[in-house]
Write a protein that binds this ligand. Structure first.
Ligand SMILES: [Zn+2]
Length: 238
């Protein structure tokens, strides 16, 4: 049975109860989890599992075809055990602010220059994202920082919904962000909508409104070759 990924419907969930569905060395698969596994550019959560007679730190979470594997340091609960999970909320919330900041950056750059994103990476409160600019516009760093911070201050709501694949494939905003590349085996598309700014098919966790991000600073812009320019940001309190 696939793990029920609780964060897809409730990104605010910090603790939960579950059963151990499988054990492989120092890793356990759970029947349900609020721990985000590394994927979609967002790093995994960390935290703690406790159960009758034991406890362990969750130091890594990865999902594969067999399950959602929580790598533990400490004791290992047996298969079938009831466990209580607590995620490290400081780390997760920092990642949520950072992930939302990157979607705002994508939306701003698309609206202003019609340039698509080509890749990215994030850590708590710092991130980089690559865009198809050639060359970067004059004064780009300063301009994009001001545009992003204006959108953050505008306190736009962020809505998560689930669309049937056939409906998502017809949505203009989702077409732009290449929803068609999602495997056909996925019947339902999760959509993260920063209302009025940016809409993407996305499996990550986000804050509830753009004001919750705070503000950003463009740390650096650099060329990574023809048609590939990198923007490095940090996320700060407003
Ligand atoms: Zn995303």
């Amino acid at each position: 049975m696939a793990t029920d990924l609780l964060f897809l419907r409730d990104a605010e969930l910090r603790s939960f109860d579950a059963s151990v569905a499988g054990v492989a060395g120092d890793r356990v698969d759970l029947d349900r989890t609020a721990f985000y596994p590394t994927g979609g550019g967002q790093p995994h959560d960390t935290g703690r599992l406790t159960w009758d007679g034991g406890s362990a730190a969750v130091v890594e979470v990865r999902k594969d075809a067999e399950g959602t594997w929580h790598r533990l340091e400490g004791a290992i609960p047996p298969a079938g055990a009831r466990v209580h999970g607590e995620i490290d909320w400081d780390r997760r919330h920092a990642l949520m602010r950072t992930h939302t900041a990157l979607h705002v950056l994508c939306g701003v750059i698309w609206n202003e220059w019609s340039v698509p994103v080509t890749g990215g990476n994030m850590e708590p409160l710092s991130a980089r994202m690559d865009f198809e600019f050639d060359p970067l516009p004059e004064g780009f760093g300063r301009i994009v920082e001001a545009l992003v911070n204006a959108e953050l201050a505008a306190d736009r709501p962020i809505e998560v919904s689930f669309l049937p694949r056939s409906v998502a494939l017809l949505d203009e905003d989702l077409i732009r962000t290449k929803v068609s590349l999602i495997p056909e085996s996925v019947p339902e598309i999760r959509v993260v909508d920063i209302v009025g700014l940016d809409k993407q098919a996305d499996g990550g966790t986000h804050v509830r409104s753009t004001a919750e991000v705070g503000r950003i600073r463009v740390v650096k812009t650099e060329s990574k070759g023809k048609g590939n320019k990198r923007v490095r940001i940090e996320v700060l309190d407003a």
